[in-house]
Write a protein that binds this ligand. Structure first.
Ligand code: HMG
Ligand code: MG
Length: 299
């Protein structure tokens, strides 16, 4: 059956803004995150402590994070690829971090300049140290369905890296459809295989990009398999600069519209969120691609 409540892991400020060609000013990012919190989102991924040359869009992480200190009752996870990233985050008092691995060699190389196993070795001390500091650790796994260089990704290959991330001590695993090529049957097959491999469904979140318009259908398939953590980005912002053909994430508004219709609680005020996504779209100079945002926008 379907869950009674879904926890939305909002990624617009990180996955969304990392992919903008223009660097968004720090104060605009801070206001965006405050508005997302005011709309009822309780997990808002704030930024990444990655190499500033790799992702200049998020090079202001040190300036941004302290501006969020007045937001109460909201988890503000950040991405950290390595020990340097964790040290930067720890200094600012971050409580939740995410490492980000890949199921494919091509993307591990493009995104982290490492092989899959070298990236796992890089994450090992990061996860251990973060847990020692009492932090919650999410493990992202990219290219769980298809890869722009390698094509369809075998389920067994995904399961191997997923298990390895969980064995490092991650509290949570987010299954990334980085380029948005998944379809619902593939989602069901991967979740079944992960279940057989002993990865608890309660620890799994899904992260769909919406390139082929399948993100909602994929989400529904995951909910039917018992998943209750869903990643989405306000207004459908998003993409990955290191994965050609990556487009925006599942729009949070599209997700909330579907969940509301299903009677599933999210705590999100949809009207307020639409106003926020339109405000952000104005800052970025182009309209939101979300169908729900457009439908609920009355000009
Ligand atoms: P590298 O070039 O191999 O780095 O990059 P290195 O380890 O060789 O270090 C080189 C220099 O960088 C050193 O400085 C380090 O201190 C410095 P030097 O000693 O030469 O003066 N350095 C750093 N500085 C600041 N912060 C750091 C840091 N690390 C090293 N954290 C590295 C390796 C991992 C750093 C690089 O590849 C990187 O930053 N990659 C980030 C890529 C990224 O952010 N991608 C987007 C997020 S993933 C995503 O979007 C997918 C997701 O949404 C899920 C999905 O959709 O599938 C999550
Ligand atoms: Mg992503």
């Amino acid at each position: 059956g379907l869950p009674a409540r879904v926890r939305i892991h909002e990624v617009g400020a990180r996955d969304g803004l990392q992919n903008e060609s223009a660097v968004v000013p720090t104060e605009v990012k801070a206001e965006f995150i405050h508005r997302l919190a005011a709309a009822g989102l309780t997990t808002i991924e704030a930024t990444s402590f990655v190499h500033p040359k790799w992702v200049p869009q998020l090079a202001d992480a040190e300036q941004l994070f302290p501006r969020l200190s007045d937001i109460a009752g909201v988890d503000l996870p950040v991405l950290v690829p390595n020990a340097r990233g964790l040290a930067r985050a720890t200094e600012l008092g971050v409580g939740r971090v995410a490492v980000f691995g890949s199921a494919t060699e091509s993307f591990a190389k493009a995104n982290l300049n490492r092989t899959v196993d070298e990236s796992l070795a890089m994450f090992d001390p990061v996860v251990a140290q973060a847990r020692e500091h009492g932090m919650h650790v999410r493990g992202y796994l990219s290219m769980c369905f298809g890869d722009p260089w390698e094509g369809p990704v075998p389920v067994a290959q995904v399961v191997r890296v997923a298990k390895a991330l969980m064995d490092l001590g991650c509290d949570e695993l987010s299954l990334g459809d980085t380029i948005g090529v998944a379809t619902p049957g593939h989602v069901t097959a991967l979740l079944a295989a992960l279940g057989e491999a002993g990865v608890a469904t309660e620890a799994i979140g899904v992260h769909f990009h919406d390139t082929y318009g399948q993100a909602l259908a994929n989400t529904y398939a995951a909910l039917q398999c018992g998943v209750s953590t869903v990643d989405a980005s306000a207004g459908g912002l998003g993409g990955c600069p290191f994965a050609k053909s990556a487009t925006g994430n599942l729009a949070t508004e599209d997700l909330v519209w579907m969940l509301r219709g299903l009677g599933i609680e999210t705590g999100v005020d949809l009207d307020r969120l639409v106003v926020t996504s339109n405000w952000m779209a104005d800052r970025l100079g182009r309209p939101s691609p979300s169908r729900t945002v457009r439908a609920l926008t009355h000009k």
